[in-house]
Design a protein around this ligand. Structure first.
Ligand code: TSJ
Length: 649
């Protein structure tokens, strides 16, 4: 029964609290971004981040997430337990306040470092507000304490002691409110990926994910943290060096830095992910600047000292070609600053010098101790520099030579756009000659160009650059886009504002998309990161009716749309189910998939590069049966794929 200590005084305060949570229910997107699958998983991160915070503060080293059969999800940690004592300000148990006050996280948080929960997160009260019910159980000081909320955060069982225990920790279980979310199905993959990322960042902490329905269990625990993170990213590449890792603490600010890095051959990109207090800093910041400065100076100084680069000055980009690095900083609250609209950029000024000196000293020491590896690294950097210089020279010559400009070789397969306003032009890369022909007829001649692809392009992960250029499909794409590739790729030179991949909505089509995306990802990455690459989404259905020689028709992209289309067309409708682009005529293809006013495009987004890398690794691996299965299970055309972001409708 309820202990007297926990008695609540209901009154004006309650109304105030429920107003807060009702605000969340009225405008959920303001708090969790959206009410689709991404928003749904936000509920999980809010709770998990609190458990992660506790482990980060040094309490407990195991976090268990369970997807239950009843559609609820629970998170269990082995920390100190959310405090159950009365909070002075509100006169209620602290644990109750955590679930009812917006942004309550910080108030009781004595933690030195704050992770997602404290920084960008909105707190567990938002999860409560958007749940059918939420149960919290705290194991603390020998007691088991429990409280329950229902129907969007209404306290139905005030805090009570249920019994005694020797355990300590917190268990939170909630069922998302199906009236709020477009889907309430937790995705195994999504949860695994996120927790794996946390596991890489938190050496030795066990993350367990259990799916009750299918009896799946996954555990992530990395004793070597970032080192294993880099190994994982580079699993399918040819390493030039081992994974090198360093860590240090700055005594003055208390900032601790960890870095792991590795150079690989035949990789023309820089892969750099940075984190501050376990939160991704997508937009970089002072720590990334420090890293770049420090590593450039270290390699140049070393090369000069031992005369390895023959006096050649290496630019930062030469040094970072083929480099994968993870930077993870723990920054105490008193010196923590974020910048930018999404707060994804570290602003703390001290971090520049701290990280720069740190990486300079560690790399210099490492190179001195490992001369052979040092020579390999510097030789690769010199090769990059030579390639850069040659590419620039060739480009300058081409620029100066007006004749060559007119002679740009365009594929005879390309149907060009008439306009020279490149930013407005769109290149459709179309699966198959026949769909290519239809697209040619249905296009807007002024701004849309069509490039049909024959068969599947090569898997670019496993072939050399030279072979790649000899592959007709890719050579044509490189020529058509007109901005080079690899290190000589220059986004300024692209001839199209949008590159749109248009394939059938089936497994083969998904495979072609992936191959093209892999190609862009490896050789024209900026094309993707600057948002120039799109996937066209053809409709799955046409609902139509002919009455008195009058045609009524509606297109549908999913089952929900199909129902709406049936209703709109009315009695006596017929349904076409499109199995491929080839089944549409030019007008239909234009209306549904090409006309900017009516089409559905998905912008390719590498918000989660680790996921992309993994997807690329799985898809590009040698075992094609695994690949096919994976595509079938994971590549869907829903608008909520974490890899893809809808931009317009
Ligand atoms: F988000 C949440 F509230 F739902 C939640 C919080 C969910 C889960 C699974 C765990 C937690 C959580 C919170 N685990 N551990 C804590 N720790 C505290 O709240 C805590 C305990 C003691 C002290 C202290 O200063 O003594 C401070 C804090 C923040």
């Amino acid at each position: 029964m309820a202990d007297n200590n926990f008695k609540n005084s209901y009154g004006a305060d309650d109304i105030h609290i429920m107003k807060g949570l009702e605000g969340v229910r009225k405008r959920p997107a303001m708090y969790i971004g959206s009410t689709n699958a991404m928003g749904l998983h936000h509920l999980v991160w809010e709770v998990v981040d609190n458990a992660v915070d506790e482990a980060l503060s040094g309490f407990g080293n195991k976090i268990v997430v369970t997807i239950h059969k009843d559609g609820s999800l629970s998170v269990l940690d082995e920390g100190r337990g959310i405090p159950v004592g009365i909070n002075k300000e509100t006169g209620r148990p602290a644990v109750e306040v955590v679930f009812t006050e917006l942004h309550a996280g910080g108030k009781f948080d004595g933690a030195v470092y704050k992770t997602a929960g404290g920084l960008h997160g909105v707190g567990a009260s938002v999860t409560n507000a958007l749940s059918e019910w939420l149960d919290a159980t705290v194991y603390q000081n020998g007691g088991i304490y429990h409280l329950r909320f229902e129907n969007g955060g209404h306290l139905v069982t005030p805090l009570e002691q249920l019994g005694t225990t020797k355990k300590h920790g917190t268990l939170v279980r909630f069922k998302p409110d199906a009236t709020i979310f477009s889907t309430v199905e937790f995705k195994w993959e999504t949860i695994c990926n996120r927790l794996q990322e946390s596991a890489f960042l938190m050496k030795g902490v066990h993350f367990v994910i259990i799916e009750e329905k299918t009896n799946q269990i996954q555990e992530y625990c990395y004793e070597n943290g970032l080192n294993e993170y880099v190994s994982n990213i580079n699993a399918n590449k040819r390493p030039l060096t081992p994974v090198i890792d360093f860590s240090d603490v700055d005594e003055v600010t208390g900032i601790s830095s960890e870095i792991a890095l590795q150079w690989c051959n035949e990789d023309y990109n820089e892969t750099l992910y940075s984190y501050v207090n376990n939160v991704r800093t997508r937009d970089g910041g002072t720590h990334e600047t420090g890293f770049r400065t420090g590593i450039t100076k270290a390699i140049n100084d070393f090369a000069e000292k031992y005369n390895i680069a023959k006096g050649k000055k290496l630019e930062g980009s030469d040094i970072r070609e083929g480099l994968t690095a993870i930077i993870s900083l723990k920054v105490p609250e008193k010196v923590l600053e974020f910048e930018g609209q999404t707060k994804g950029k570290l602003g703390t000024p001290q971090a520049t010098t701290i990280v720069s000196n740190f990486i300079y000293n560690k790399i210099t020491y490492y190179l001195t101790e490992n001369k052979e590896i040092a020579i390999n690294i510097i030789n690769k950097c010199v090769a990059s520099a030579n390639a850069r210089i040659a590419a620039r020279k060739a480009k300058d010559e081409a620029r100066n030579n007006k004749k060559s400009k007119q002679n740009v070789i365009l594929s005879d397969k390309l149907t060009p756009a008439q306009s020279k306003d490149f930013a407005k032009n769109e290149l459709f890369i179309v699966e198959g000659d026949s769909a290519g022909g239809t697209a040619k007829k249905g296009r807007d001649r002024l701004h849309q160009a069509i490039l049909p692809l024959r068969g599947k392009p090569l898997n670019t992960d496993s072939i050399s650059m030279e072979k790649l250029l000899h592959n007709e499909e890719f050579a044509t794409i490189i020529n058509t886009i007109g901005a080079g590739f690899g290190q000589s790729f220059d986004i300024e030179d692209i001839k199209y504002g949008k590159i749109i991949i248009m394939t059938d909505a089936d497994t083969d089509g998904a495979h072609i998309q992936t191959l093209l995306l892999t190609f862009f990802y490896h050789y024209m990455r900026q094309l993707i990161t600057s948002g120039h690459v799109f996937i066209a989404v053809p409709p799955l259905y046409r609902v139509f009716k002919e009455e008195n020689h009058k045609l009524t028709q509606q297109y549908a992209w999913d089952d929900e749309g199909l129902e709406q289309a049936k209703a709109k067309v009315g009695k006596g409708y017929k349904i076409n189910r499109y199995k491929g682009l080839g089944e549409m005529d030019a007008i239909q293809l234009k209306e549904t998939t090409m006309d900017p006013k009516t089409r559905l495009l998905i912008q390719v987004d590498i918000e989660d590069p680790f996921l992309v890398e993994k997807r690329v690794n799985v898809l590009m691996g040698k075992d094609t049966s695994v690949r096919k299965k994976w595509v079938e299970e994971n590549v869907d055309f829903s608008k909520e794929d974490t890899f893809l972001k809808e931009v317009n409708k």
